[in-house]
Design a protein around this ligand. Structure first.
Ligand code: 5GP
Length: 177
């Protein structure tokens, strides 16, 4: 375990197992259809990589980059840093997110993508922090509900570090700058 990690919340094995289950559900829900996975950079990349391995449908991937966080607090302000490369009208779109906290980021992204007339628009998130919710927002597929703690690993960073950890853990307080 990394010495900046106070405790491991979710192991790599647990993440892989749960991600397989979610992929199976998506395979059933969109049977016979083509889907587009829209991953929000950069935190959702490891989750996307795990998820897409188990998707049996025709599947495109695209990326969007929005910024909402500085340090450990949501600013509530969402800026688009990189948009999708292709149109999504008439597509079955699934937004792939690492974590839903206040819900502000996903609400904004969902609104933007809804305006582009997809055939379906769903949300899959690896982690959900329901206690952090400030706006009405829910994901259609959720890996794990976790307590209201700042977590790192499996894509999640603190000031761009720790994304490469293969598990989800809680950062030691003394590591916050
Ligand atoms: P929201 O807009 O729902 O508050 O925040 C969503 C984004 O904030 C996530 O995509 C993620 O980048 C970041 N975030 C929220 N909670 C955490 C957390 O506990 N740890 C880390 N590293 N990022 C978080």
């Amino acid at each position: 375990m990394h010495n900046h990690v106070k405790k491991i919340l979710i192991t790599q094995d647990q993440i892989i197992e749960k991600t397989k289950e979610i992929a199976q559900q998506i395979n059933e829900d969109f049977k016979g259809e083509r889907i587009t996975l829209v991953a929000l950079l950069s935190g959702s990349v490891p989750f996307l990589a795990e998820l897409m391995k188990h998707i049996k449908l025709d599947c495109e991937i695209d990326f969007m980059d929005v910024s909402s966080y500085r340090g450990t607090k949501s600013t509530g302000e969402v800026r688009i840093l990189k948009d999708l490369t292709r149109p999504i009208d008439s597509c079955n779109v699934i937004i792939v997110e690492d974590i839903v906290d206040t819900g502000k980021t996903l609400n904004v992204v969902k609104g933007i993508l809804e305006n582009r007339d997809p055939k379906a628009l769903k949300i899959v998130t690896l982690l959900d922090k329901p206690e952090g919710r400030e706006v009405d927002c829910y994901a259609d597929y959720v890996g794990f509900s976790i307590p209201n703690e700042f977590v790192i690993g499996f894509g999640l960073d603190y000031d761009e570090l720790y994304r490469n950890l293969p598990y989800v853990g809680v950062l030691r307080e003394e590591c916050y700058m």
